[in-house]
Design a protein around this ligand. Structure first.
Ligand SMILES: [Zn+2]
Ligand SMILES: [Zn+2]
Length: 92
């Protein structure tokens, strides 16, 4: 089952309260966390075999994939250190 994480920056108040990550029933595709250097957001995108992952928001491929267990990341908006927290709930 996949899970949800949230991102919140204390400095600029940028927030993504619910980002789906991980695997559902199938092995692929799966949702992985990224930071987009184009539209400056944190989000998750589907990873398909052999395809370039793209930002779910602006569809640019200038994204940095973050490991599932990432808990500290610099805010894409203001660059200050921020936290990724595990949220309740799951998806299939
Ligand atoms: Zn920020
Ligand atoms: Zn983007």
């Amino acid at each position: 089952m996949g899970s949800f994480v949230g991102f919140k920056c204390k400095f600029c108040q940028y927030e993504e309260p619910s980002i789906g990550v991980g695997r559902g029933k199938a092995e692929v595709p799966f949702l992985t966390l990224y930071r987009c250097n184009h539209c400056l957001t944190i989000g998750s995108t589907w990873i398909h075999d052999g395809k370039i992952p793209r930002c779910a928001n602006c569809y640019d491929d200038a994204i940095v994939i973050l490991p599932d267990d990432t808990r500290r990341v610099n805010c894409p908006k203001c660059g200050e250190p921020a936290m990724i927290t595990l949220k309740e709930g799951s998806w299939e």
